[in-house]
Design a binder for this molecule. Structure first.
Ligand code: PMP
Length: 385
């Protein structure tokens, strides 16, 4: 993490912007022999072959800010089949859903604005919000779910500019809102008229038939922005995600997109558009689910086998993460683990107010069964020290 550097004469934004411990340890994770549970990286072993584009000249010119119309058309068709109806006029293709989050925050939040967030929540959104100088107003999300009463009392006393939710297979906790929770949260958002930013990159990685209908779809009056991503489904390196916007917010997100980078890279959009057009996505998603479910189940078995009984967690119904709660401080586990050849991420940086100093986030998405077993054994050794 960096600290303010007044001598450089930087903006308030730069001075407020924290570094990302997760991205900083990616380099450590790549050292030979290191077994990493740290990054939520999709498994390259299940990335499909990329379609070959026959007319690259067609994408060599500048494109439109909303994105490739061929991709948007295919995306809207697929979302409709998935039970997420929207129109082409609501979609903006972004450079990963991370850019969607940044654009959403920039059109909604000023320095000092109240922003409601789950506690703990996605680190890189905390980075975005802290850079903007938002006043983070956390409500608890734990194995019991959302603290609805706590959320309501915050809504009664504050006038937040936005509420940020990851209702499905949350990063870092793996928690997924029940149907009832989705309805209840949507009802509160409507009643108190807060704009919802819903972040949903893991929805298709659903191993146990969890209920995944977006909270946005229940809203009747509040405005919303829904963020989706191809990163966990296809190729994160193509940096292609999308925002589906409430019609009144659409022009503002589009303007922010124009000002940021004119439009996303056309090559990535065209490759994904072609993949969808070939009708390959549904079979591929089925394959992904089977692949990651096997890994999740094996991880569960290993954690049960090697970790002490005092460590608690819930089996995640989807996504890429186990969230462990321990009876010890976990903040030194990163450094101690690296010395022992295993990278496990303490939950501390995901926390807003409620301490997560006794938690670990473990990703199971990427490794072979052999590495997974060896990694869990090494982690158990580190915890026993
Ligand atoms: N939101 C959440 C909750 C995430 O976990 C991630 C990726 N780690 C993102 C957004 C950003 O994903 P991308 O920009 O690759 O679409």
């Amino acid at each position: 993490m960096t600290s303010p550097a007044p001598e450089l004469n930087l903006s308030d934004y730069a001075n407020r912007l924290p570094g990302s411990p997760v991205r900083e340890i990616l380099h450590v994770s790549q050292q030979p022999g290191m077994i990493s549970f740290a990054g939520g990286l999709p498994d390259a072993a299940v990335m499909p072959e990329m379609p070959v584009l026959d007319n690259l000249a067609a994408i060599s010119q500048y494109g439109t800010s909303d994105g490739e119309s061929s991709l948007i058309k295919e995306l809207v068709k697929w979302l409709g089949e998935e039970g997420l109806p929207c129109s082409e006029e609501q979609v903006i293709i972004t450079s990963g859903s991370q850019q969607g989050l940044d654009l959403a925050a920039r059109i909604l939040v000023d320095a000092g604005s109240d922003v409601l967030v789950e506690d703990p929540t996605y680190l890189a959104m905390l980075q975005v919000l802290r850079g903007l100088g938002a006043n983070l107003v956390p409500f608890t999300l734990d194995e019991q779910g959302v603290d609805l009463a706590g959320l309501e009392s915050l809504l009664q006393t504050r006038k937040p500019r936005m509420i940020y939710l990851i209702p499905t297979f949350q990063n870092p906790t793996g928690y997924s809102y029940s149907e009832q929770e989705r309805r209840a949260v949507a009802e509160l958002i409507d009643r108190y008229d807060v704009t919802l930013v819903e972040d949903d990159p893991y929805r298709v990685l659903n191993y146990d038939n969890a209920f995944t209908r977006p909270v946005s779809s229940y809203l009747t009056s509040a405005k919303w922005l829904y963020m989706g991503s191809f990163s966990k489904m296809l190729w994160p390196g193509l940096r292609t995600g999308f925002v589906i916007a409430h019609p009144e917010l659409y022009p503002w997100i589009l303007r922010a997109k124009q000002a940021t980078d004119l439009h996303s890279n056309r090559l990535g959009q065209a490759i994904i558009g072609q993949f969808l057009k070939e009708g390959r996505l549904p079979d591929h998603v089925a394959k992904l689910k089977a692949h990651y479910q096997k890994k999740r189940d094996y991880m569960q078995k290993l954690l049960q086998q090697y970790l002490p009984d005092s460590v608690r967690w819930q089996l995640p119904a989807g996504g890429m993460f186990f969230w462990l709660t321990l009876e010890q401080d976990t903040r030194s586990v990163l450094q101690d683990g690296i010395e022992a050849g295993v990278v496990a991420l303490p939950g501390t940086p995901f926390a807003v107010e409620k301490s997560a100093d006794n938690t670990l986030r473990l990703s199971f998405s990427q490794m072979t069964p052999e590495d997974m077993e060896e990694g869990v054994k090494r982690l158990a050794g580190v915890l026993a020290r």
